[in-house]
Structures are given as C-alpha cells and as structure tokens.
Design a protein around this ligand. Structure first.
Ligand code: FES
Ligand code: FES
Length: 153
C-alpha cells in the first residue's frame, strides 16, 4: 500500500493504492470510473486504454503505484460541463459508437492522435487505433468519424 498523488481528469487526487492493483483496477474499483473496461487483461485489446501524460496506454499493464505524479485522463474526463468532446460527437454523428467495451478506448486513442497530428490520413488513423480491437463490428465508420475531424487548414 502506498499513497500516491496524481491528476485525474483535471483534478488533483490522492489514493492509497494496494501494491498489486493495476491502474485499471484503481480507476474502476477505487474511483468508480467504469468507462475504462477490462477486456483481455494482458495488453492486447485496448479496452482499458487511458491517456497518461499525453500518451495512450493500456491501464491493465501498469501498476497503480507507478503513476504517482502523472496526469491521467479517462473517458469520463473528455466531456466538460455536460458537453461532449467533439470526438465523441463525431463518433455519434458517423454511427461509429459500438459497444461499451471498445468505444471508450477508441475515442481516447483518437484524442491522442489528434493532439499530435491535426490532419491525419487514413493510414495514420489506422495506425493510431491499431491497439484498439473490435472483432465484431469493423472499423469503417470509426475511421470516417476520425477523418471528419481533420483540420483542413
Ligand atoms: S484489458 Fe488491457 S489491453 Fe485488454
Ligand atoms: S468490441 Fe465493441 S463492438 Fe466489437
């Protein structure tokens, strides 16, 4: 057990994290942020994706105690004052909302992509979302939603 301090969805928080808890478990069981999902539990599906210091990471592979002093954003941190982030809105507008397991991670991976590259092409979108798996519905509408957010200037 160790006390850690970090920024979670824009707010400074403190948590006594059991040594064997992953970041995923800490978010879900400690903070009740259940938008972050457990899929494979071993770094293969992206359902547990969160943004850690502006990078997309699999929270099932990181121990909670490792994130002291960092900044974490989960899917719950994207909307503000009840307003959806433009990525969430684009996913809705393009029919790209799929199940609750894969969608949060896809949206967060899109967020990180657009932070680094305001006008990604299709290959760059594919690459950025390659760690987020869906074996049921496909990716076409998701790619369309992300490409609609390109900054054309
Ligand atoms: S649950 Fe973490 S990558 Fe699948
Ligand atoms: S895993 Fe979510 S729709 Fe396929």
């Amino acid at each position: 057990m160790g006390k850690i301090n970090f920024i979670l969805n824009g707010k400074s928080v403190e948590f006594n994290c059991p040594d064997n808890w992953t970041l995923l478990r800490m978010l879900r069981d400690g903070f009740r942020l259940t938008g972050t999902k457990r899929g494979c539990g071993k770094g293969e599906c992206g359902a547990c994706s969160v943004i850690l210091d502006n990078k997309i990471v699999n929270s099932c592979l990181i121990l909670g105690n490792q994130i002291d002093g960092t900044e974490i954003t989960t899917i719950e941190g994207l909307s503000s004052n009840g307003e959806l982030d433009r990525i969430q809105q684009a996913y809705i507008d393009y029919g790209a909302i799929q199940c609750g397991f894969c969608t949060p991670g896809m949206v967060l991976a899109t967020k990180v992509l657009l932070m680094k590259n305001k006008s990604p092409n299709l290959e760059e979108v594919r690459e950025a979302l390659s760690g987020n798996l869906c074996r049921c519905t496909g990716y076409r509408k998701i790619f369309e939603a992300v490409l609609s957010l390109k900054d054309e200037k």
